[in-house]
Design a protein around this ligand. Structure first.
Ligand code: SF4
Length: 160
């Protein structure tokens, strides 16, 4: 299900808006990612993938962490552009900590200043693999646990 219809949360950390315009371009009729079932949601509780542009600074650090914490698991983070990767042109500013990885774990980096829409879409496709791997990992221990429980129930002659 998630593999086919990922919902996206787009957050502008402290970008110049260059990368954000390219993210929005993905939604326009030229690229039209909605035809693949990719929906831009404003609610982190509905999002599978966080697309984040810009650097992490004193002001947005708690916001980024909170958005990430509110997303259900499995989740993936795509850092878009040079600023999201390292702080980019803003990295020497007095209040900038650096790229997105200074706040939350990043799964996919999309290069560019600004990042191209084609590369952003490719980044989302990579994030789908990350999500799928996490989904499989998340479901495995439960299966093993229930198998162990069933085996115990059989040997003790009852259900736990
Ligand atoms: S990577 Fe370039 S275009 Fe993107 S937010 Fe930074 S300065 Fe702007």
């Amino acid at each position: 299900m998630v593999r086919k219809s990922p919902w996206i949360l787009h957050y502008d950390g402290s970008s110049c808006n260059g990368c954000d315009i390219e993210v929005l371009a993905c939604l326009t009729p030229v690229f039209d990612v909605e035809r693949f079932g990719i929906i831009n949601t404003g609610n982190p509780k509905h999002a599978d993938i966080l697309l984040i542009t810009g650097s992490i600074n004193e002001q947005n650090l708690p916001v980024v962490k909170q958005l990430y914490d509110q997303m259900p698991t499995p989740r993936a983070v795509v850092a878009i552009g040079a600023c999201a990767a390292t702080g980019g042109v803003f990295k020497d500013c007095y209040n900038v900590y650096g790229g997105v990885a200074t706040a939350i774990p990043v799964d996919v980096y999309v290069p560019g200043c600004a990042a191209r829409p084609e590369n952003i879409i490719a980044g989302v496709v990579k994030a789908l693999d990350v999500l799928e791997n996490r989904r499989v990992k998340k479901s495995k221990p439960k299966k093993e646990l229930s198998t162990r429980k069933n085996a115990k129930a059989k040997t003790t002659g009852g259900e736990e």
